[in-house]
Design a protein around this ligand. Structure first.
Ligand SMILES: Cc1cc2nc3c(=O)[nH]c(=O)nc-3n(C[C@H](O)[C@H](O)[C@H](O)COP(=O)(O)OP(=O)(O)OC[C@H]3O[C@@H](n4cnc5c(N)ncnc54)[C@H](O)[C@@H]3O)c2cc1C
Length: 346
């Protein structure tokens, strides 16, 4: 079998790169071994504002300009609904917090996203000593539905192998790559935290940031916006809500833990005061980088080996634009932005 590309990993990064290949009529085969869960468990929220500091997310506007039409096209292609748009309501912790919001209103990059007037309403079951601030242009991609549907689509097209990619078996020849019976021009590694097993790219400074979420059923809670407090309460419909997420910098497993659950329950007590039942708990490792920028580029020595990783806490917004940048770099020699190029770690 001869292909233009081998792709290792079908999370948000691998998926976005496949879409570039399909659009350009390139042939490819994907390897996926279900070793990482980040794209399957993610809250999937996109929000152009960092609400802790009231600062804009890096390249938020340009990322959303690419990401939102990207997910819309996928909805049409796969015949699924994955993009749920809603308002995010920030729960103010103090008067000072509220004042910081008003200061942030003057920042040109935030003007389209932050509502000028505060929301003084009371919402049944929601604990809030102060008002709420509305953030516009936010929403959620159901990444589990998207990635699962996309894998099915690739399976039907016979373009995905559900098996572990074994790095040792990759032969790097002068004019091509050889893996088992597959000849390929290039390979793109998009393994998320799985990059730690990759002998070609495991030198990159990717840190584990394990995150856990619970799904609750709260019959007395009726909110249709994302509530952002010390954690987020994300409406799923029918009084079901996703609650998250924790950050754990030590645990390298994708397994849900008692510790994670306890942390979420303790924090949730300060956010809602209605009864609820825990329906589900999930965990995954966010592929984060010390400078909080993606890892994109080509191996210093083996030019046929490429990487697309480091999406951190914002894979939904970042994946489509960095996949495009990598593709344009590989196919049309468009230079990569310095801040995302893995060369910065040489
Ligand atoms: C709890 C939690 C909440 C989150 N919430 C949000 C959110 O609200 N919004 C947001 O934008 N982002 C969120 N994220 C972050 C988001 O999930 C990531 O940025 C994104 O999913 C990373 O995608 P990826 O494709 O790079 O990695 P992954 O999703 O980890 O995908 C890599 C894939 O490669 C496969 N793989 C690895 N090694 C091999 C191998 N050797 N052979 C074959 N296959 C292999 C893995 O099985 C996996 O499927 C959250 C993450 C977590 C954990």
């Amino acid at each position: 079998m001869k292909v233009d590309y081998i792709i290792v990993g079908l999370g948000l990064a691998g998926l976005a790169f496949c879409e570039e290949l399909i659009a350009a009529n390139k042939s490819f085969v994907v390897f996926e071994d279900d070793s990482q869960t980040s794209s399957l468990v993610a809250g999937g929220v996109y929000n152009p504002v960092i609400l802790k500091r009231f600062t804009p997310v890096w390249n938020a506007k340009s990322q959303l300009e690419i990401a939102l039409p990207f997910y819309k096209r996928l909805e049409e292609k796969l015949n699924i609904k994955v993009d749920e748009k809603f308002i995010t309501k920030k729960v103010f912790k103090s008067i000072e917090d509220q004042n910081n919001w008003f200061e942030a209103l003057d920042k040109p990059k935030l003007v389209n996203y932050l509502d000028k007037s505060l929301d003084t309403s009371k919402y049944k079951g929601v604990l809030a000593d102060f008002n709420f601030g509305n953030v516009k242009g936010t929403g959620r991609i159901d990444t589990l539905k998207l990635v699962s549907s996309y894998r099915k689509f690739l399976k039907k097209e016979q373009r995905i192998k559900f098996e572990k990619f074994q790095y040792k078996k990759l032969e790097i020849l002068k004019n091509m790559l050889l893996y088992q019976n597959i000849e390929s021009t290039k390979i793109v590694f998009a393994e998320g935290f799985g990059i730690k097993q990759n002998p070609f790219f495991n030198y990159l400074p990717l840190n584990e940031a394990k995150g856990e979420l619970i799904t609750i059923y709260a019959p007395d809670l009726t909110i249709d916006f994302l509530l952002k407090s010390t954690l987020f309460v994300l409406p799923l419909g029918n009084h079901h809500y996703k609650i998250g997420a924790t950050f754990n910098w030590k645990d390298k497993t994708s397994l849900p833990s008692e510790e994670g659950k306890e942390e979420l329950i303790t924090k949730l007590k300060k956010v809602i005061n209605v009864p609820y039942k825990i329906i589900n708990q999930t965990a995954g490792i966010r592929p984060t980088v010390k400078d909080r920028r993606p890892l994109v580029g080509v191996h210093q020595k083996y030019k046929k080996l490429c990487v697309l990783n480091g999406l951190g806490t914002r894979g939904v917004m970042i994946a489509p634009s960095v996949a495009k940048k990598l593709f344009h770099h590989l196919e049309y020699n468009v230079p990569l932005d310095k801040e995302i190029n893995i060369n910065r770690f040489l």
